[in-house]
Write a protein that binds this ligand. Structure first.
Ligand code: ZN
Length: 305
């Protein structure tokens, strides 16, 4: 993948790309290549999807692309980490409902329950038992991914380090799969609160005891904030929407499948299974699809399949 260390490099490449495209060709700018693969099944064949290197690059391009080049360009960003108010309400800037596009597909397109049912179908003899296993796996995975998200956000707010060296040798945000003894911890339900997650993450990122305590307290306080939608403390639905990102959730589900059910799937297998499990009949009601379609109608382009 081409990477753009400087945002201006990305804006410049986008200008060139836009100029080279025939009129009437929709250009969709997304944060990364995972978003691109996640969106492909829903877009018309002529759509060009360009991954940036993160939200900053997308927003910079949104700010700087000249009017004559942006008429047929739509930008999609994740709602994780918040978006400045000035970006809200622009027709050609679409913000996900959940933390990222992957999480939108998992939840808004119902991919997660359908995937769990499919993977666990062979683990019990009647549909209601399979349903119970799937519900249980989903709930465990969502809890795990939510705590990872809460701990990560707390650490960022406290300006503590959160990067680890990933399998590709690059520094990246810690992931569930980086945790030592992950399977043992899932087996024993050993990651069910912010402190347990902070303790598990600490050796990876170099936090000392004070750091762990500060992160745990901040994460626990965030979890106890009454949610805006229902006014409930510890509202699992709103916490999941605010803190669960798609890849952490897929990682968590993979760990639960492997540890609890003996079903081992590689990361690419899981990602593919998620895409296949997405329910196409729910696309029209998916907010991102609705906004992208409305944008297309306004500029006179068909963009969704
Ligand atoms: Zn709520």
């Amino acid at each position: 993948m081409v990477t753009f260390p400087r945002p201006e490099g990305f804006v410049q490449s986008l200008r060139q790309r836009r100029r080279a495209l025939p009129q009437g060709t929709p250009l969709v700018v997304v944060e990364g290549s995972t978003d691109r693969s996640a969106l492909f099944p829903y877009l018309v064949d002529t759509a060009q999807v360009v991954p940036a290197s993160g939200k900053d690059h997308v927003l910079r391009a949104f700010d700087e692309l000249e009017d004559h080049l942006r008429a047929e360009t739509v930008f999609i960003v994740d709602c994780d980490g918040g978006i400045e108010d000035r970006y809200k309400g622009s027709r050609e800037l679409v913000i996900t409902t959940n933390r990222d596009i992957e999480a939108d597909i998992l939840f808004e397109l119902n991919a997660l329950p359908r995937l769990a049912l499919d993977v666990l179908a062979g683990r019990a003899n009647n549909p209601s038992s399979v349903q119970a296993l799937a519900d249980d796996a989903l709930s465990q995975a969502a809890t795990l991914a939510t705590f990872i998200g809460l701990v990560h956000s707390a650490a960022i707010a406290l300006t503590l380090p959160t990067k680890v060296i990933g399998a590709n040798g690059r520094r990246q945000k810690f992931r569930l799969t980086d945790l030592a003894e992950l399977h043992h911890r899932v087996q024993t339900n050993g990651l069910r609160d912010a402190e347990a997650v902070a303790n598990a993450v600490a050796p990876l990122v170099g936090w000392d005891t004070d750091d762990v305590n500060a992160v745990s307290a901040k994460a626990a306080a965030s979890a106890q904030q009454p949610c805006a939608e229902h006014g409930r403390r510890g509202c699992s639905q709103c916490l999941r929407r605010a803190y669960c990102n798609g890849h952490q959730l897929v990682d968590a589900l993979g760990a639960v499948f492997a540890t609890r059910h003996g079903v081992r799937m590689t990361r690419p297998e899981l990602e593919r299974a998620v895409r296949l499990a997405a329910d196409p009949t729910r696309v029209p009601a998916w907010k991102v699809a609705e906004r992208v379609r409305d944008w297309g109608v306004a500029v006179g382009i068909q963009i969704l399949r």
